[in-house]
Design a protein around this ligand. Structure first.
Ligand code: PLP
Length: 297
């Protein structure tokens, strides 16, 4: 068992076994905050610059105090070093958590220190290795809104990485109860959106396709890194609408996210997604590309 690591950006290293949050932290009572999940591999925090950019954007969208990025940077570094010292090259899952702080604190939007700001690293769950190796069976679930909903209702924070993930966790439980491993959300106007914890990528030949961020999904950092690396290596990579039928027609379909990196979809509802010799070789090449891509900061 790896030793978890916990740092308070305002207050230094903490004992992960001791209670930490105040009873009226707005994350506890409202889910009012943002988070990021990153992979720590060989002591390095993967794809960090893209995560920090999304983190700053998320804080701005939610009117959180502007995060003190120098303090975040040095705390992230200290946590990665502490993780490596304690656990060697065991893969870690790092979380950045930033909340609006205590409900009872005087409202002062310019004070980042009245927020709760945490960096934690724990061992990557064993199911991650299984998803990478064996892939995942997914069901399509209707998310209940159209692709333009986020633009029509910005107060809904569609596509922000807020701490309010209860509905996503409920979707995953629904899938597991029906015998699946994961979910692909569709819009009510019939487009593929994303998974509750991942972006969807369809691979056909040497072309990668993922739905546009404007369709009300989280801008995935893994997909961004993957697409940049893919283009450099001569693949085409496009953000374009993706109807569910195109998933079944693709050579392979992937759930991409920071910790798992890429898990191949082996079944969508009742349809098996099989590989032959050629698509199997392309799938292996894709998985390798994805794993390389996220190493770049
Ligand atoms: N979409 C959602 C809803 C997510 O929660 C995540 C990651 O947790 C992703 C997509 C993939 O994002 P990333 O590649 O930055 O991990």
């Amino acid at each position: 068992m790896a030793t978890p690591v916990l740092f308070d950006v305002h207050g230094g290293r903490r004992d992960p076994q001791q209670p930490l949050l105040h009873f009226d932290d707005l994350a506890v009572v409202r889910g009012d905050g943002i988070f990021e999940t990153l992979l720590v591999r060989d002591g390095q925090v993967c794809n960090l610059a893209r995560h920090l950019a999304r983190f700053r954007d998320g804080a701005a969208r939610m009117d959180l105090p502007k995060p003190a990025m120098a303090a975040w940077d040095s705390t992230i570094n200290a946590a990665a070093v502490a993780w490596s010292l304690a656990n060697g090259d065991v893969e870690g899952q790092m979380r950045l958590v930033y909340t609006r702080g205590r409900e009872s604190a005087p409202a002062d939007h310019d004070a980042p220190e009245r927020t709760t700001a945490l960096v934690m690293i724990s061992e990557v769950r064993s199911s991650v290795a299984q998803s990478r190796a064996d892939g995942v069976a997914v069901c399509l679930l209707d998310r209940g809104y159209t692709v333009d909903f986020g633009a029509r209702a910005p107060w809904q924070l569609i596509g922000a990485k807020t701490l309010s993930y209860a509905a996503n966790m409920a979707a995953l439980r629904h899938a597991v109860a029906a015998g699946f491993d994961d979910v692909i959300y569709t819009s009510s106007d019939g487009q593929v959106l994303e998974g509750p914890r991942s972006s969807v990528v369809a691979v056909t030949g040497r072309t990668l396709r993922t739905p546009p961020v404007e369709s009300g999904i989280l801008p995935g950092t893994t997909v961004a890194a993957l697409f940049a690396a893919a283009r450099e290596e001569g693949w085409d990579a496009e953000y374009a609408r993706l109807p569910p039928a195109d998933l079944l027609a693709a050579d392979s379909v992937w759930m991409c996210s920071s910790v798992t990196i890429a898990a191949r979809v082996t079944r969508i509802d009742d349809d098996e997604l099989l590989l032959d010799e050629q698509t199997g070789a392309a799938a292996a090449e894709f998985a390798e590309l994805a794993s390389r891509a996220i190493a770049v900061a």
